[in-house]
Design a protein around this ligand. Structure first.
Ligand code: ARG
Length: 294
């Protein structure tokens, strides 16, 4: 009888190697930030805001992007448009084509022209929007597909419009919790749109409770490997994050999501935008991705 040696301790499966990809973002300094109206459940005009603190926190996000090798363009803030800091709502851009926005909320309609003018002045082909939609707040590019939110701000008609404008598959998802009124508060796109050999399998993280049953089933089928984020992390806007495929910029309060990201081989980078959360926005809201042309 031969004695077999004890099996070696099983190593945990290695998390896949991730690569950071260069990003070009558009941001807007919150010089005029305040909460003077209420267009989402986070905003309480009676509660004072601290513009200096908002500026310092915003600056930390800007500096972090630069430190990690990304490029950040700036659009001038306009007095009287306190929500302009949330540039994700300024448009949606793929391959140098920039679709402008048509806000649902009157309070933000003054931002539409400044953003379209900025895109035009920076060499993008601007497409004037027809239907009501709020840009990258509700449209997320995942690989070749556009996930599109509706229920609170962007309309179903706008989903058909972006499918035409960008000639891509658009998947409509219905948001049901008023705290998560834009798609980018409930889904985070983790992986690069394009890898070295073309389009890679892209993955997402999401907050299941923010969607209706039908949308949740669509997400389960399309993204079986997605990170499912729990309500506690969702409630601190953990999903309102940006990613370069390796570094994922998230709120330091989203500790559960942070651990999930580490397990999958991502590098969570913690940036606190607590003051900007008083306006109902976080890291992703302050970040619009500029794809193509320069
Ligand atoms: N106060 C802004 C609004 O309600 C916040 C926008 C947040 N932006 C976002 N992409 N989720 O419109």
């Amino acid at each position: 009888m031969s004695l077999s040696s004890a099996p070696a301790a099983q190593a945990a499966p290695a998390a896949p190697a991730r690569t950071a990809q260069h990003r070009r973002y558009l941001m807007c300094r919150p010089e005029h930030f305040t909460v003077s109206y209420r267009i989402n459940p986070w905003m309480e005009p009676a509660k004072p805001t601290d513009t200096a603190k908002a500026l310092a926190q915003w600056q930390a996000l800007y500096d972090t992007y630069l430190a990690l090798g990304h490029e950040v363009e700036l659009i001038d803030p306009v007095p009287g448009l306190p929500d302009m800091v949330y540039t994700a709502n300024g448009g949606f851009i793929i391959d140098g084509r920039a679709l402008g926005v048509r806000f649902r909320v009157d309070e933000r309609r003054g931002e539409e022209r400044p953003f379209m003018d900025w895109f035009a002045a920076h060499g993008f082909d601007v497409v004037e929007p027809v239907s009501v939609q709020e840009g990258e707040g509700d449209f997320l590019l995942v690989g070749d597909t556009i996930l599109a939110g509706m229920g609170f701000r962007s309309t179903g008609d706008s989903h058909a419009e972006i499918a035409r404008v960008f000639d891509r598959e658009v998947v409509s998802l219905r948001l049901v919790d008023p705290r998560f009124y834009h798609l980018d508060t409930a889904i985070s796109v983790l992986d690069p749109v394009e890898g070295p050999g073309g389009v890679e399998k892209a993955n997402i993280a999401y907050l299941p409770s923010a969607f209706d049953d039908h949308s949740r089933r669509i997400l389960e089928e399309r993204y079986p490997d997605a990170i499912l984020v729990d309500d506690a992390d969702g409630a601190v806007f953990g999903l309102n994050s940006a990613s370069d495929g390796y570094n994922v910029f998230i709120s330091p309060r989203a500790t559960g999501f942070e651990a999930q990201l580490r397990e999958r081989g991502y590098n969570p980078v913690l940036v606190d935008l607590s003051e900007l959360l008083l306006g109902g926005g976080g890291i992703k809201c302050c970040t619009l991705e500029l794809r193509g042309k320069r």
